[in-house]
Design a protein around this ligand. Structure first.
Ligand code: GDP
Length: 299
């Protein structure tokens, strides 16, 4: 991931080496090069504009530091601005303090890696001394329930699925029942996998909104495939309007050489990226760390 951007930025910085002081022309041409690098990485245009404006302003105004040469100063500014655009601080889960369970609802298009993410998140939470429960509230696809059960088994996390007595055919009822079940069985976190479609449609949004209203999640996570590039931003906006969410989980970061979605989504949605999924294995998952991601880009 980010290979192209990383290479492009490295060559921008290399061309600044050996300069004693940055002229206005140096700053402008550097800004132009960074702009092209970001656009090539598929970063959304408004995000690029904002980023470049800030880098330019800071490069002009930066105190001349004796410890850093101009190239190092530009790297420092770009690094700090990348961290900022990626969200600054790592965002942790807000657990229910008064009445457990903490309810985490996953929403997103089909094929984004939602079900896989439910398993990853469950396993990760169990490793942090939680007692999670996965909930199969995706009743749209015939296979979805079985798929979550398989993932749950691999992750060693129990799965609540519809059966006679707990909301067969009705995802809202399944979600509601699952919270009761968790309360009775001491699961402190409930992770609800909801239905996705191949494209955004109003029925899917309504169903997700109904589940949201029924269980009042502590966190709604929008799960989005980083490989879909600019489309990630459009889908993110559609889900923000249709369901609303607190944070984003980016999947398939391992497959995206450009990284534009990761760099755009925070700025466009004003929601933090909370988790990063970087492979098909259950272990390929972690909290999203903006500073580490920025370092990787500038490596
Ligand atoms: P859902 O339809 O949103 O529930 O998506 P799934 O969880 O079924 O995942 C769809 C496909 O993407 C599966 O083949 C997963 O193995 C794969 N997948 C999920 N997450 C990742 C990831 O982070 N990286 C890669 N490379 N593949 C992933």
């Amino acid at each position: 991931m980010f290979e192209t951007l990383s290479d492009r930025l490295t060559s921008v910085f290399t061309s600044l080496r050996g300069k004693g002081r940055l002229s206005e022309e140096d700053i402008n041409s550097t800004a132009r090069e960074i702009r092209l690098a970001l656009l090539e990485a598929d970063v959304a245009l408004p995000v690029v504009r904002d980023f470049i404006a800030r880098v330019k302003e800071r490069a002009r105004g930066e105190e001349v530091s004796r410890a850093l040469n101009p190239a190092q100063q530009v790297i420092k500014i770009v690094n700090e601005e990348l961290v900022e655009i990626l969200g600054g601080e790592t965002r942790e889960i807000r657990f229910a303090t008064k009445a457990p369970p903490t309810v985490i609802m996953l929403a997103g298009l089909q094929g984004t890696g939602k079900t896989t993410l439910a398993g990853k998140l469950g396993m990760w939470l169990a490793g942090e001394r939680n007692t999670p429960l996965l909930v199969a509230a995706d009743l749209q696809r015939p296979n979805a329930v079985t798929q979550l059960q398989v993932v749950g088994e691999r992750a060693s996390v129990p799965v609540f699925a519809p059966q006679p007595g707990n909301g067969v055919g009705d995802p809202v009822e399944v979600a509601r029942e699952s919270v009761e079940h968790a309360r009775r069985n001491n699961h402190n976190v409930v992770i609800i996998d909801t239905a996705g479609r191949l494209g955004v449609d109003s029925e899917m949004m309504q169903q997700a909104a109904d589940i949201r209203d029924a269980v009042e999640p502590n966190e709604i996570l929008f799960v989005v495939d980083a490989m879909i590039g600019q489309d990630a931003v459009n889908t993110a906006q559609a889900f923000l309007d249709g369901v609303g969410y607190d944070a984003v989980a980016l999947t398939k970061l391992d497959g995206d050489a450009r990284g534009g979605a990761a760099l755009s989504i925070r700025h466009v949605t004003d929601r933090p990226i909370m988790f990063a999924s970087t492979g098909e294995k259950l272990e390929d998952f972690d909290l999203f760390h903006p500073d580490r991601m920025a370092s990787r880009i500038l490596d």
